[in-house]
Design a protein around this ligand. Structure first.
Ligand code: 5AD
Ligand code: SF4
Length: 441
């Protein structure tokens, strides 16, 4: 009987989700079992994100709520980690206002969690152990995956791009890649354990192996994974347009397992703003990549993106260029963000910060165009049969199954729970703005 429990709360991107899966794996190896109830947990970990200001606020809100639990049971261990902890001003706030937190650690030393927990148990001392940088990568850490049939696989860590708005190069350090043989053996093991879909993760997967001088680049890695038996779908996230090679575009033609989808953050449709953002491509370069991807896939590839509205100095003309790019590309989906000032980034010091009301007003105009494009794209699915990896029951109706197409679209349909984890053919009956409705055939 297991009576020690852990609870992990995760904010942010898929890298953080995967870090949390690794921390869960390590805690299980220590004999802890997962619980959904914070009150019951002996160890609570909060894995934080600092990409935008609202992520910071949500973290401090959640931490505040834990104080009562910690007061009622001082033996409970509260640990905080992730991107926010790589910033000194955050550590200072925790020391001042949340001194009851037991462990503070960072993105470079999650592998130390078991040691840190044992140290607190044995010595009853608070620990702050945040590393500034770590050169290598850790291999062989356990992982408790959220799904049996799909898995997140890190291929690179960190980022060297220094987009002027972004905090990630400061919180995740310099870019480093895992060795191809380590990635391929992990994917083979995953395939042997029944995993059908892998999502290759990195801040910029397109520069995989370059800084480390590997013989294999990102496209080579896709070709190699395409040959692994048992894997049926390959996805990746995130791709930087400046490093997207023609060789990778060719992989969409040659690798049948590569999902017919690309997430390609554009950030802005104005070349002037892209320059200020230090993105190192122009609007025309970006549109040329989309043209080539559409050509090689017979105009079938689904394209999704990230867009920031209200970057310092963005004029109405710049914004109009973003709107016209959206009309031109007709994205299948987009994550849209209000620019958020991040301490320590170059854009923090830029003049002409855009007032909040203008940001909101532009944001709403942009969403309207995006939603219109998404609804049109989804209507085109009506009558077509698509392959869906069934992920579970729908959130709103337990009797309905939900899954994703290769193009990442959510499909809801009636069916037996035995189908979960399988790839099935579904005929689409209705294309809504954010999802599709279908029936198994
Ligand atoms: N403000 C708003 N959005 C941001 N992103 C990154 N930094 C910021 C910021 N300071 C967005 C970018 C990126 C996505 C993960 O988050 O669009 O692609
Ligand atoms: Fe941030 Fe740019 Fe690196 Fe993406 S590529 S993590 S936006 S600095």
């Amino acid at each position: 009987m297991n009576n020690k429990h852990y609870y992990i709360m995760t904010f942010g991107c898929q890298m953080n989700e995967h870090d949390s899966e690794i921390m869960a794996g390590m805690l299980e190896n220590m004999g802890y079992a997962e619980t959904e109830k914070r009150a019951e947990a002996d160890v609570i970990v909060i894995n934080t994100c600092s990409i935008r200001d609202n992520a910071d606020k949500r973290f401090f809100g959640s931490l505040g709520q834990l104080k009562r639990l910690k007061t009622e049971n001082p033996d409970k261990i509260v640990a905080v980690c992730g991107c926010m902890m790589q910033q000194q001003h955050i550590i200072d706030s925790i020391k001042m206002k949340y001194s009851w937190v037991d462990i503070v650690f960072g993105t470079h030393n999650i592998h130390l969690l078991p040691e840190l927990v044992n140290q607190v148990i044995n010595e009853r001392q608070k620990i702050i152990d945040v590393w500034d940088e770590h050169q290598g990568v850790f291999e062989g850490l356990p992982s408790k995956r959220k799904y049996d049939f799909k898995a997140l696989v890190n291929i690179t860590y960190g980022c060297n791009n220094f987009c002027t708005y972004c905090i990630v190069p400061y919180t995740r350090g310099r870019e480093r890649s895992r060795k191809p043989e380590d990635i391929l053996s992990e994917v083979k093991e995953l395939a042997a354990s029944g995993v059908k879909e892998v999502m290759l993760l990195g801040q910029n997967v397109n520069s995989y192996g370059i800084a480390d001088g590997f013989d294999m680049d990102f496209a080579d890695l896709i070709y190699a994974i395409n040959d692994i038996e048992g894997i049926e779908r390959i996805r990746f996230m995130t791709s930087h347009p400046k490093d997207l090679s023609d060789k990778l575009i060719g992989a969409y033609r040659d690798c049948e397992k590569l999902a017919n989808h690309i997430h390609l953050p554009v950030q802005s449709g104005s070349s002037r703003i892209l320059k200020l953002m230090n993105r190192k491509y122009t609007r025309e370069d970006y549109l040329e990549i989309i043209r080539k991807l559409r050509e090689v896939t017979g105009n079938t590839i689904a394209v999704t993106t990230d867009i920031i509205v209200g970057f310092p100095g963005e004029t109405e003309e710049d914004f109009q260029e973003t709107l016209s790019l959206l009309e031109e590309v007709k994205y299948d989906s987009a994550f849209t963000f209000l620019y958020s000032v991040r301490k320590g980034t170059p854009a923090e010091k830029f003049e002409n910060q855009i007032p909040e009301e203008i940001k909101h007003e532009r944001f709403n105009r942009m969403r309207e165009i995006l939603d219109g494009g998404m609804a049109d794209n989804n209507k085109k699915y009506e009558g077509r049969t698509v392959k869906v990896l069934v992920e579970g029951s729908s959130k709103t109706n337990i009797k309905t199954l939900t899954g994703r197409t290769e193009s990442m679209k959510i499909v809801n349909f009636a069916g037996s729970r035995d189908l979960i984890g399988k790839i099935v053919d579904v005929k689409i009956i209705e294309g809504k703005t954010y999802s599709l409705v279908g029936e198994v055939i």
